[in-house]
Design a protein around this ligand. Structure first.
Ligand SMILES: [Cu+2]
Length: 140
């Protein structure tokens, strides 16, 4: 077998390129992972409906632009119905397994969206909880 320096150089070049590429890929994946974690902290806000006639957590905080997702994990139907403030979360009837997403308006900084379930709660006056099945979104 004849030693071919050019072929060896090509192989080394290829290996170097592969290393650089995998480095870039790893870097990108790290950036993506970091990006996703940050995004889920800011935007991936989740409220469970049930078990029972209750929202978990009852109080949730988010920044304007955050999306909150309610999931009905209870066998009974429920709603997410803002008490008085226009522009607040207002879902249709959510059956078991249904989800409802609501994005905090960009102009809602500092507001408190108290809400209740139409079937198992009552509305408050906008400055506090009503009775029964209630929750609140605190906007930072
Ligand atoms: Cu309910």
């Amino acid at each position: 077998m004849i030693f071919d320096p050019i072929a060896k150089k090509d192989i080394l070049g290829l290996m170097t390129r592969k290393k650089i590429l995998s480095g870039i890929l790893l870097g990108s994946m790290a950036a993506l992972t970091t990006g996703c974690a940050g995004t889920s902290e800011l935007l991936g806000l989740k409220v469970d409906i049930g078990p029972g006639d209750a929202f978990f957590p009852k109080t949730i905080s988010g920044v304007p632009g955050s999306t909150i997702e309610w999931t009905n994990k209870d066998p009974d139907p429920h709603t997410v119905t803002v008490d008085v403030m226009s522009g607040g979360p207002t879902s249709p009837t959510l059956n078991n397994g249904d989800t409802y997403k609501w994005t905090i308006p960009l102009n809602a900084s500092g507001k408190k969206f108290y809400y209740h379930c139409q079937f198992h709660g009552t509305a408050g006056n906008g400055n506090g909880f009503g009775t029964g099945m209630v929750g609140v979104v605190l906007v930072q």
